[in-house]
Design a protein around this ligand. Structure first.
Ligand SMILES: [Fe+2]
Ligand SMILES: [Fe+2]
Length: 292
């Protein structure tokens, strides 16, 4: 079948995305490094007024319930940990990208953001059950960013989505990703990968985004991370945080068992823990909006 979307136009849309500020890119690079030190993060944030303001605002939001305001960046950063990435990715340089409705996926406003956040917390919990040495922070970020491709892909996909549903119902393809590939010639994971390259994300994150639906195909060194994102994605679906249509026919890749101690019992714990963190996050983020 001839693809019904011009890959050239999609590429154009990616090229036209604003760049992340150099400090945000550096921060992502640093935090992707297995043994990054708190000081490395502090040293990037402290010379950037806008980043400093965001971090302090986040730590002092009522959701953290701190008795005394935190004014020192060191303390704020050690307290927030991975939250720094969330607040910065959310509010920095990406413009309106994250708040537009996902028409191609029938997702409502914020649906993808909620999905990503739930997946992030779940991926972080999955990472704790790693059978090998594994870094939880990176899993959190991979879960957070796994579906970024949808933001760019959605407007192109919009016209094809009804056809995709018919395709799946008729059993022509096994899952939504395959419907995307068949009809459009490319899928949201590939688009996300190109965006991750555009934004110069660290290599492990690029790979986790590309393979979050097909983790077994990821290069060996990135496979565990791709599985963490894959499982986090599934948890978000299970918790009802889906992004519309594409929850249909979700194909779980059972290869995760080699990397994570996930079973029915631990899965229930992951979901419970992720839900608690998610609720806390949602109230924190709506506070952020009110202040702005
Ligand atoms: Fe996805
Ligand atoms: Fe997803």
């Amino acid at each position: 079948m001839e693809p019904k979307i011009s890959s050239e136009e999609v590429r154009q849309a990616i090229d036209n995305l604003p760049m992340l500020s150099p400090n945000v890119s550096r921060l992502l690079q640093v935090m992707a490094n297995e043994d990054y030190e708190l000081d490395d993060v502090v040293n990037i944030v402290k010379y950037d007024a806008s980043l400093t303001a965001k971090v302090l605002k986040m730590v002092n939001s009522p959701v953290f319930g701190l008795l005394n305001p935190v004014t020192s960046l060191d303390r704020a950063i050690s307290y927030l940990g991975k939250w720094i990435v969330v607040s910065i990715i959310l509010s920095d340089n990406t413009g309106d990208l994250f708040s537009q409705p996902l028409e191609g996926y029938e997702g409502q406003q914020d649906a993808l953001w909620r999905h990503d956040l739930f997946a992030a917390f779940s991926s972080g919990e999955v990472a704790r059950l790693a059978k090998q040495d594994f870094e939880a922070e990176l899993a959190f970020t991979a879960g957070l960013l796994h579906d970024i491709g949808k933001f760019v892909f959605s407007p192109f996909w919009k016209q094809l989505a009804p056809e995709a549903l018919g395709y799946i119902k008729e059993g022509n393809v096994s899952d939504y990703l395959q419907a995307e590939r068949t009809l459009a010639g490319l899928d949201h994971a590939q688009v996300g990968y190109e965006m991750a390259r555009h934004w110069d994300f660290p290599e492990p994150l690029q790979q986790a985004i590309l393979y979050h639906h097909t983790p077994m195909q990821a290069p060996e060194e990135y496979r565990a991370l791709a599985f963490a994102a894959h499982l986090g994605d599934m948890c978000a679906m299970m918790a009802g945080c889906d992004t519309g249509n594409d929850g249909m026919q979700y194909q779980l890749d059972a290869g995760y068992a080699e990397y994570f101690d996930v079973n029915s019992k631990t899965l229930a714990q992951i979901l419970m823990e992720a839900e608690a963190q998610f609720q806390k996050a949602v109230s924190s983020l709506s506070f952020e909006e009110e202040v702005d």
